[in-house]
Design a binder for this molecule. Structure first.
Ligand SMILES: Cc1cc2nc3c(=O)[nH]c(=O)nc-3n(C[C@H](O)[C@H](O)[C@H](O)COP(=O)(O)OP(=O)(O)OC[C@H]3O[C@@H](n4cnc5c(N)ncnc54)[C@H](O)[C@@H]3O)c2cc1C
Length: 297
């Protein structure tokens, strides 16, 4: 049941977006609750080298240091899964255990990748099996790369990867047949097109190839998987928030406030890009805006 306590802000998700918002609001001496279920996308990033001042840092380190920093500014951190958010005057944020009331909400619950069915890919995830070009494309520079996907976007990505990172690239499509002009362009670029269903990665400490269900093995050192992602947004279902033209990501204003007044959405759930530094920056913007509004009350 909702208690008498009223938080200034409840934050959903302790990724870079939620943690940065928590740190800002904590430093305004606001009453802040951060609810997180653990194990998000950043947690799985093993090698982040594009974050200012950090030559290399793991996502787990960013999260654990961020949690410590937020707690030092008196942010209350609770483990739990948010199941719904409603607004009638104040927001009510529910988990299985309790309902929390707050004046503002920052949603920073992130996304999760769609992975192909490959038996043992998790062993290599974040070291030589990648899903995000902005994150890890650079690390494929000059390497023998296999790009796996199933859409026209994957075919376009093959050209982009060749232009930026490596000419030693092959493209595996599960069942998608690219249009003839794309096939011709792939041939012109010297990018072999293979059709088939992956089974498992060959190699113990490093990737040596990808075995297909029909027994063929495609030699490679690195794999870029391109199957898109889904949003961690089940708890927003009842709110009828404005989405983009595809009805997918949430539309926000320049302070990252959604179409529902007082509810902010930061990180890859909104229409912006998906990076640690971007989610963190958006969390800071949302927190500053929330604080300005609290001062006006
Ligand atoms: C393998 C890998 C490598 C990456 N490498 C890089 C890189 O090099 N550089 C870079 O900038 N970015 C990288 N990223 C992307 C980066 O992790 C994301 O951009 C970033 O996570 C977005 O931040 P976020 O705040 O949305 O947090 P997320 O890390 O997605 O965290 C969201 C949090 O919300 C929690 N949550 C979700 N639903 C609920 C709920 N209902 N209730 C409570 N809590 C909930 C999750 O458990 C999680 O803790 C990488 C991602 C992966 C997977």
């Amino acid at each position: 049941m909702a208690g008498g306590e009223l938080y200034d802000c409840t934050i959903v998700g302790a990724g870079p977006g939620g943690l940065q918002a928590a740190i800002y609001l904590g430093r305004y001496n606001r009453k802040v609750l951060l609810i997180d279920r653990g194990g998000g996308r950043t947690w799985h990033a093993r090698h982040i080298e594009n974050f200012l001042t950090q030559p290399v840092i793991t996502g787990a380190e960013i999260i654990s240091r961020g949690l410590e920093q937020a707690r030092n500014f008196n942010v209350e951190v609770r483990k739990g899964t948010v199941t719904s958010i409603t607004k009638e005057g104040h927001f009510e944020v529910s988990t299985a255990e309790a309902v929390f009331r707050s004046q503002y909400v920052v949603v920073s619950s992130g996304v999760y990748d769609n992975f192909p069915e490959i038996e043992n890919f998790r062993k290599f995830l974040g070291t030589s099996f990648f899903t995000c070009v902005d994150c890890d494309g650079y690390r494929t520079t000059g390497r023998k790369l296999l790009l796996v996907g199933n859409s026209v976007y994957t075919v376009r990505l093959a050209f982009a990867m060749k232009e930026m990172y490596t000419s030693d690239i092959a493209l595996l499509l599960i069942i998608f047949d690219p249009p003839e002009d794309y096939r011709e362009a792939l041939a012109d670029e010297g990018i072999p097109l293979i059709k088939g269903r992956p089974l498992r990665i060959i190699g113990e400490d490093r990737i040596e190839g990808l075995e297909l269900k029909d027994g063929r093995v495609i030699p490679c050192e690195m794999i870029m998987s391109n199957f898109g992602f889904k949003l961690n947004n089940a708890f927003l279902a009842g709110l009828d928030l404005k989405r983009d033209a595809k009805g997918f990501k949430y539309v926000t204003n320049h302070h990252y406030e959604s179409s529902l007044s007082g509810l902010y959405i930061v990180g890859p759930l909104n229409t912006g890009h998906d990076q640690v530094v971007i989610a963190a920056g958006e969390g800071a913007v949302a927190a500053i805006d929330i604080n300005h509004r609290l001062l006006d009350l």
